[in-house]
Each structure stands twice: as structure tokens, then as C-alpha cells.
Design a protein around this ligand. Sequence first.
Ligand code: SAH
Length: 450
Amino acid sequence: MEKNQIVELEITDLSYEAMGVAHYEGLTIFVNNALPGEIVQAKILKIKKNFAFAKVEKFLQKSSDRMDVPLRQWVQTGLAALAHMKYERQLEFKKKQVVNLLEKVHLNKKVNDCLASPESTAYRNKAQVPVRMVNGQLEVGFFRKHSHDLVPMTDFLTTDKKIDAAVVAVRDILRKFNVPAYDEIKHNGEVRYLEIRRSKANGQLMIVLVCLHKSFNNLDAVVQAIKSLDNVACVILNHNPHKTNVILGEKEYILAGNGEIVDKIGDLSFKISSQSFFQINSLQTPRLYNLAIQKAQLTADDVVIDAYSGIGTIGLSVAKHVKKVLGVEIVRDAVKDAKKNAILNGINNAEYFEGKAEELMPQWANEGLKTDVIFVDPPRKGLTDTFIKAAVATSPKKIVYISCNPATMIRDLQVFQAAGYDFDCIDPVDMFPQTPHVETIVLLSKLGSK
Ligand code: SAH
């Protein structure tokens, strides 16, 4: 086989990144924008030792699961890598991912159906959009897969339409005042990314300009113009002077407003500042939390830990039903938000601490803390063995594990099993329609405890 060769392929599976999978002359071939059951003429793009990448030249047989995608860049760039698949099938695909991962490690546990998102498009309350010069003009869009080539785009499918409109409005302001976009190769220019958040509860917008320098020509005029757009609550300059793929820098300058917006989850209000994590699917989040809370079967005497607590959303949602909540979170501003949010909601039995969960948990365990229920909601890399050991040492009856990466979660569940905990089932919850990302919830119970 060689590059640029045209081959006929039958797609038999979908990879966890939502690429069609085919086999040809002993090689596994990943085909963008192809679904199981389809037969395609494909062009080989890249050949590695055991696998190759190809792109569809012509469909010889299409799947009945296929959706028409008005903008092929959505699938091509990976922005919405599953947009070409009917939503019901996406949910089945997500469930199957979890089933496959369990099979791999020979765990025989039930996987429930994936809980559908109330909105399957325009659900995101936040956009992080790269800004680059394309043919001499400042453009917003999305990077081509595995590259930093900007594909200009103004309809992001999964993002709140009002955010898409704000992205375009800010782009036009930057153009009007001749602000140059960042150039990654030369490491010059100004604006690297736009980050925009919108409160579903009250429509407030937070506009963050991620910039190479602290200031630039016409910055004041740009801020004035952004401030006068509808519903802009704050404008922030995030200073990222580094040669890095990390989007945000550490230092921020609030240029308008007080640097936060307020959104709601259920009955509770939450202040959110720009560096804090906040679940991006506003309507599905309360359903995720309710499922997690229901599983925990909390009682009024419970001491509860909210680990990886962000701005305190999970712990504050349960505080009124339990004796005490202790939260731990690594991002300083998120901890500040969590503390403010406790006050904002009249909660006085929840305390939030800044630190690494894997360091604070052992400290708490050493001090003799006993817990009843621990909620964990770590980032993609999951928990550490140190964390798990310390969590178990506080002898919780239950641990509720919320995860955005089923692979690391299943790894960690096995560590909990070895430490005397077990689980019956895994619940996938679709927080990220049109993308292959899978969120899951598991209830671990201490063996022998009622
Ligand atoms: N439970 C929250 C946040 C979940 S996201 C919610 O539902 O909104 C995961 C959070 O873990 C992020 O806020 C991130 O800043 C934090 N985090 C990442 N690594 C951490 C660590 N080692 N210790 C504590 N918190 C960490």
C-alpha cells in the first residue's frame, strides 16, 4: 500500500475518536467521516507501521445512521466529530465504549443506557475559539485535526447561538481596530483566543481576550466597543506570553465589569470567574448532579467530601441535606468562587480548600477525619493511588465517581475494588452531544456495610 492510493473499504467499527475503522491487507485503517456499515472509496493519506489514515473520496454505500451535515468542517476538524451520526446512535456508541472498556479488563458489570442531553446542539455555555490571520485577515474558527491550521468558522454547532453571535461581533471589532491575531510561528501579533461564556439563567456574557501582551494599540477602544454589545457583563484580558499550546495564561486584567457572571444550577446560583471550571452543558448538568446525588442516598448526619470541586457546585447542591461538606480544588479562583457561592446561597456548613486533592486527602486522613460519602469528579487523567488510599482511610460508606474519561475511571474502579469497595453499574450521561466524549457516574459501596 502507498500514500495517495485509492482503495475500497468496508467500515466495520467506529474508533473512540469517532473515526471509521476498516481493515485492508492486514492494516487497520482509520477513515474520517465514515460510519460502520458504509462502503467507501478512500484515499490513503498516511501510513504507519500497523495502521493508516484515509479520507473518503466516494461513498459506495451509505449508512442509515448517517445525518446530513451542512458544514463538513464540523466533522473534518473534530469540532463535532460525531455530527454525521444520528443522535440515538451517538448515545449507543457512547454506551458501547464503556462496555468495551469493561470487557478489556474482564469486568462483568452492567452499563445503563446513556442519558440523552435535553439539547443535542447549541448546548455549550462556553466557547474557546482560536484567532489567527488567514490571507491577511483576522479570523476565528477551529484548528484542523492534529494541526494548528485555522479553518475559519462562525457557526460552531454545539455552542449557544448567542455565543456564536458574540464571537463574530468581537471578531468584527478586532478587525475594525486593526488588532493583529497571534502568529504562532513568529510568536508575535496579539489575540490568541477568544473565550466567551454565557449564563443560561440571565444571558450575561463574559468576554475574555487571550493575548500575547498585556496591552496593545487601540485596546481601550476595543474594550469600549465590546462593552457596548448586548448583555456583556465583563471583559477580561488574559495575558499568555508563553510559547505553548496551553490556552490561558496565569495573569488576568479585568477591563470591564467585576470579572464574573452568575449562572444557576437547579435552585442555586453560582458566581463563575474566568479561570474556574463550570460544566458546559447547562441543561444536562442538573440531571448529571441529580443522578449522582440520588445514588449517594445522603442522610442528615453525613460528612461529605466534594473532591475536585470547581466552584463548589456538587457540594453546595447537597449541603442542605447533610451535616457537613468539605471541598478541595486546585484552582485558586475556583476556590474563591466556591466560598462566595456558599454565602450567596445561604449555606454555612460547606468549607472549600485550595490544594491538590491527592495531597489534602492524605492530610485529612492523617488527622483522623471520618467521612460518609465522597464525591470525586477529577479531570481526564483520573485519580492517583495516593488519593484513593487516603479516601478509603476515611472509611466512607459510599464514593460517587463522576468522570469525563471512562478509561481512567475503570482503571481507578479496580483500585477501589482491591481496597474493599464494589459497584453494580455504570451510568453514561451525555454531556457532549456531537462529540465522542463520554461522561459517566458510578456508585462505589463499601463491602459489608449497609
Ligand atoms: N465538580 C466540579 C468540577 C469538575 S472539573 C463541577 O462539576 O463543576 C475538575 C476540577 O478539578 C477542575 O475544577 C480542576 O481545576 C480541578 N483539579 C484538577 N486537578 C486537581 C487536583 N490535583 N486537585 C484538586 N483539584 C483539581
